[in-house]
Design a protein around this ligand. Structure first.
Ligand code: GLY
Length: 342
């Protein structure tokens, strides 16, 4: 097991890469513990849960909203959960986001931690202290920054994931490599077959190296005033694609990274060879790179991007594989890119 630390404004967060759900009890020093988990994770792994109360939620992006949050508050009240209670989210990005939001607001905040069960949440969503839900069609627009005390990344939980879900996690690994680690990018190019087979050694390295990049960025800029924006590489178009097509987040980010790479090349930063390597790696990892899109809908979604500041968006471009830069790009220029694409 490898350990990383995030030192957040709300507290420290210990990331345990290669930790185990079965050891969960050893990381919690509290008398009352409540688990929040989704229906699928509960079905597959209940036998490995310590004997705590369990609140079950549904699965899928559509349950990541204030209705689910309200239902959980109701159960916590029924269970008489108090200030000294500890809440653990066991699941992917959705279960962890909801758990973090609930724990940060119930009784003005109780202690919490995560057991992260999908590749996407292990390499990205469950780490870094963003806890948000969707509201009226706006993704992650209601939320708080608050660090979980721990995140256990248990590689054994990845074995039951569908192939498509695993591929979505690889999109965020490619993102981390593209913005901050050219060696990780080359390693993934060389070992993508073993990665797809979920070879333990390869997967653990991919998760750890991704989180080295993410945790160091979050340690420098927890509240996303500057450098943390780099973690949104591929996400401006990705979120617009996700919203308009309904495809999973990782797939949309994959296509979004291809657009952002093309824009980086158009601006004279990234070489054409660099754009080809990025698209080639995404394809090898069974991710979509080019999609049929409705230009009007994509433009509308870009205009509603929560990261928009006036007429422009902080957009992440690549100077090279492993080196990212943030630039303000006007909505007009992004619209022109969409019109070229569609
Ligand atoms: N997923 C991007 C971030 O945590 O900032």
């Amino acid at each position: 097991m490898k350990v990383l630390e995030i030192h957040g404004s709300t507290g420290d967060s210990t990331i345990l890469v290669g930790g185990s759900l079965r050891d969960l009890g050893t990381y919690i020093s509290a008398e009352e513990v409540v688990i929040i988990t989704d229906i699928n994770v509960r079905r597959s792994y209940l036998k490995d849960f310590p004997p705590y109360e369990v609140i079950e939620i549904g699965a899928g992006e559509e349950i990541k909203n204030l209705d689910t949050v309200q239902a959980i508050y109701g159960r916590l009240v029924e269970l008489e959960a108090g200030r000294s209670s500890f809440i653990v989210g066991i699941g992917g990005g959705i279960a962890c986001d909801i758990t973090g939001f609930v724990a940060s607001t119930y009784l003005r905040g109780v202690r919490f931690g995560f057991v992260s069960s999908t590749l996407l949440s292990q390499v990205d969503a469950s780490v870094g202290g963003k806890n948000s839900v969707n509201f009226r069609g706006y993704k992650n627009i209601v939320g708080v920054f608050n660090q979980p005390e721990f995140v256990i990344c248990d590689m054994n939980l990845l074995r039951t994931l569908p192939e498509r879900e695993i591929a979505c996690g690889f999109a965020e690994v490619v993102k981390h490599a593209a913005i901050g680690d050219r060696d990780l990018f080359s390693y993934l190019e060389q070992h993508y077959e073993k990665a797809l087979e979920l070879d333990l050694e390869v997967i653990e390295r991919l998760v750890y190296d991704s989180l080295v990049i993410k945790s160091s960025i979050v340690n420098r800029d927890e509240r996303e005033k500057g450098e943390r924006r780099k973690l949104n590489f591929g996400h401006t178009f990705g979120h617009a694609i996700e919203k308009t097509t309904g495809i999973p987040h990782g797939e949309a980010v994959s296509a979004g990274m291809v657009v952002a790479s093309a824009l980086s090349a158009k601006r004279g930063y990234l070489s054409v060879e660099g754009t080809k390597r990025i698209e080639g790696l995404l394809k090898k990892l069974k991710l979509p790179t080019r999609l049929r899109l409705n230009g009007g809908e994509v433009v509308d979604a870009l205009r509603k991007d929560k990261k928009r500041a006036g007429d422009s968006i902080h957009f992440v471009l690549l100077h090279d594989i492993g080196s990212a830069v943030i630039e303000e790009i006007s909505i007009e220029e992004l619209e022109a890119v969409v019109h070229d694409l569609c």
